[in-house]
Design a protein around this ligand. Sequence first.
Ligand SMILES: C[S@@+](CC[C@H](N)C(=O)[O-])C[C@H]1O[C@@H](n2cnc3c(N)ncnc32)[C@H](O)[C@@H]1O
Ligand code: SF4
Ligand code: SF4
Length: 300
Amino acid sequence: MRLSSFFYLAGFGIKTILFHKKDPILGTVILTDKCNLKCKHCSVNNLTAIVHPYAQIKEEMNTLYSMGVRILFFCGGETFLWKSEKKTLRDLVKEAKEMGFLIVNVVTNGTFPINLPEADLILLSLDGDRERHNLIRGDTYDTIMKNVEGATKDNICFYMAINQINKGAIEHVCRKAKELKNVRAVSFNFHTPYPDTRQLALSKEEKQACVDVICRMMKEGVPVFNLKSAFPYLVENKFPTPCHQCLVIEDGKISTCGRCIEVEGLCEECGYFFVAEYTLLFQGKLSIVFDMLKTYLKYI
Ligand SMILES: C[S@@+](CC[C@H](N)C(=O)[O-])C[C@H]1O[C@@H](n2cnc3c(N)ncnc32)[C@H](O)[C@@H]1O
Ligand code: SF4
Ligand code: SF4
């Protein structure tokens, strides 16, 4: 991260904590909900299968920027399926950087060749070892590994959503993240139980067992892009929700925190680590502040 970006974000954090502000800093543009996969834990793919046109996406980027967002995520559906008016996902990343977004990240299922050197981080979903990943995501593990090896930059961060199927495969994903040269880190979420995937949710005891493994992996030097100090809050599901500093825009509609805000009662069972990390940070929890500084400076 550039020093100027660091000072900008630090200034935002200090103002938010001191004056209890609710201005946004992190925004996500949903490029499409179209997806080439149909993962067992996912409730948001192919609901409309519309690929939103370039002009609309550009306007949405402008809207977020004018609202103060400086950390931008492109998400889906599958982001690599996005194409419009001869523009590709890579063009969007470059344009976001030119517009002044300080950090630009992309979330992908990794099944397409990866050539996004301008992205700060590519969050690439890997949901376990070959067997468990493929059980969740179809026969994609080997393709993903090939694409990771062939990526044009070491800006990949594995992204694992831990659920009943893959809770025993955390160590595998950690070891792969450490071993592969194009992978900078691994980041986790717990399954967020939408009404149609409740059976995949983890109990408090199971979440505790998962963070025990993650902590052990961190001790062994695995690069984990999460805040250890937020783990107890995640296990107990005792963190403030929603995250007011995070916005999502999909087809012109802006939601605070996530599209999932509309699912009744879901926030109380939220498994997204970023929500705990950001809300606790902006509450001014000192351990989280220091952990965040250390982690972000290391991986971005
Ligand atoms: C919706 S996908 C979109 C991007 C891309 N298609 C992918 O799979 O990475 C974004 C991330 O959300 C995760 N995810 C989907 N449903 C989830 C749920 N119910 N709880 C937690 N994470 C979930 C996916 O595993 C993926 O890492
Ligand atoms: S690849 Fe991503 S969007 Fe597609 S079904 Fe899987 S989690 Fe959902
Ligand atoms: S806090 Fe609520 S809106 Fe935010 S990600 Fe979690 S479930 Fe979605």
